[in-house]
Ligand binder design. Structure first.
Ligand SMILES: Cc1cc2nc3c(=O)[nH]c(=O)nc-3n(C[C@H](O)[C@H](O)[C@H](O)COP(=O)(O)OP(=O)(O)OC[C@H]3O[C@@H](n4cnc5c(N)ncnc54)[C@H](O)[C@@H]3O)c2cc1C
Length: 413
């Protein structure tokens, strides 16, 4: 039976959820005061990686916390001011880092991400956006043999779950990617990965296709939710509207929507920055991860986008332009023929759960409310498959793989 469904949030996750639900014949309204793809989904690095399955919390992570606090320029910085508010999240984060939990989380992330291209295919086709996704593979580079050995555990986790990897020596690497200026001891080529050349345009194109097919996009903030036996009432700045179901795809802001229902999940903004080097004489052929710096550089329509790193400083603290500048400088080290002075910068809020798994599925006490947020560092990769799972939940249909690890019930909601 066609349902009247509200989707809150027009990021990659909300728009993919709306698109998959629309394909089932439901009547869908998206709410967001920000234009489609204007929040975190605007500035990601475009990586589409079917083999990515390594959570942020890995064994030994607790030992690193003092360094994160002290090193403002490090790849992961925890702002001292944020520590009291983030502490419960950090405790859960540390608990997720045991070897047994990491193995289970990697299985669940792998199951989701391995479906990246099959899940995007129908949406790309109907939006006429196939040109926005390229599949040349990805390259991981290691400056020293020592850091390659250090990364062995993560590579093994991925390989064990089926990822193809080809190890390259220093000379092979230079021939393989001539745009690379960085002198590296080793590289690992991942032939099955790809990237999006303009993540904001991707969401925009999907939203346009959704609107062409009769979907509504309302440029308003949802300020309240209430649930009864029949459905959900949703309050915006100007009206109170009823729906049969609501999908919460509010990214890092999703908890504010759950609170009126007496629910909340551990969700922390994992702030990330990018710099786009607009003038590059020679573009790399594929996305390249500079492993020591924990950054990725992706060839995009607007230049080489460099980013990554995590800052835990909450939703309200202003961005720190020095972090984006440092990324531009790293870009100049990585590539030949780039103008490091000519760059644009950006900061976004990744919606991070402590176990690196997204929250997908209905609330246990309010089954009309379906969660679709918390994708952290891989929300672009998981956007389309999340949309498909949301449609499966609404249809009460089996997904064909175990989706229990993503349910909000793991956080008691
Ligand atoms: C630097 C960086 C690099 C990244 N690189 C990659 C990558 O290479 N590959 C990858 O897979 N992922 C990557 N990510 C992660 C990815 O971008 C995110 O996981 C993803 O964008 C999250 O999408 P979303 O739709 O959940 O959230 P968002 O895009 O933030 O959208 C949520 C929307 O909800 C709206 N909203 C919130 N509350 C309300 C409300 N009350 N009423 C109405 N609307 C509301 C917001 O306005 C917002 O527009 C990266 C992230 C960063 C920061």
């Amino acid at each position: 039976m066609p349902l009247n469904i509200a989707v809150i949030g027009a990021g990659i996750v909300g728009v993919c959820s709306a698109s998959y639900l629309q394909r089932e014949g439901h009547s869908i309204t998206i709410f967001d005061p920000v234009p489609p793809g204007g929040s975190c989904s605007f500035g990601n690095l475009g990586s589409l990686s079917p083999g990515s399955c390594v959570p942020l919390a890995m064994p030994g992570v607790l030992r690193k916390v003092p360094k994160w606090l002290l090193d403002r320029e490090g790849p992961l910085h925890l702002a001292a001011k944020r520590l009291p508010a983030a502490l419960p999240w950090l405790v859960r984060f540390a608990a997720a880092a045991s070897p047994a939990r990491v193995a289970r989380i990697a299985d669940a992330l792998g199951a989701l991400h391995s479906r990246v291209f099959e899940a995007y295919a129908p949406l790309l086709k109907s939006a006429g956006a196939e040109h926005l996704v390229e599949r040349p593979g990805q390259l991981y580079v290691f400056e020293t043999e020592e850091s390659f050995q250090h990364g062995a555990m993560e590579l093994a986790l991925r390989r064990k779950r089926g990822e193809r990897q080809e190890v390259l020596g220093a000379d092979e690497l230079r021939q393989f990617e001539p745009a690379l200026a960085l002198r590296c001891a080793r590289g690992v080529f991942l032939p099955d990965a790809g990237h999006c050349v303009d993540p904001e345009a991707l969401v925009r194109r999907f939203a346009e296709a959704f609107a062409r097919a009769g979907g509504r996009i309302v440029s308003q903030c949802v300020t309240g939710l209430s649930v009864d036996g029949e459905g959900v009432s949703l309050r915006t700045e100007s009206a109170l509207r009823r729906f049969d179901r609501v999908v919460i795809a509010g990214g890092a802001w999703s908890n504010a929507l759950l609170r009126p229902l007496g629910a909340s999940v551990p969700l922390e903004s994992l702030r990330g920055y990018h710099a786009v080097l607009r003038r590059a004489g020679r573009m790399p052929r594929m996305a390249i991860r500079f492993t020591e710096a924990k950054i990725m550089a992706t060839p995009m329509a607007m230049g080489i986008r460099i980013g990554g790193t995590i800052e835990i400083a909450g939703l309200a603290a202003p961005p720190r332009p020095d972090r984006a500048k440092a990324l531009a400088a790293l870009g100049a080290r990585m590539f030949v023929e780039v103008d490091a002075a000519d760059f644009t910068e950006w900061m976004g809020h990744r919606p991070g759960t402590p176990d690196s798994l997204p929250v997908i599925g209905p609330l246990a006490r309010h089954p009309w409310v379906i969660c679709a947020f918390g994708h952290g560092q891989t929300g672009l990769t998981a956007g389309a498959i999340t949309g498909r799972l949301v449609a499966d939940h609404v249809a009460a249909r089996a997904a064909g793989f175990d989706v229990s690890p993503y349910l909000p019930a793991r956080f008691g909601v």
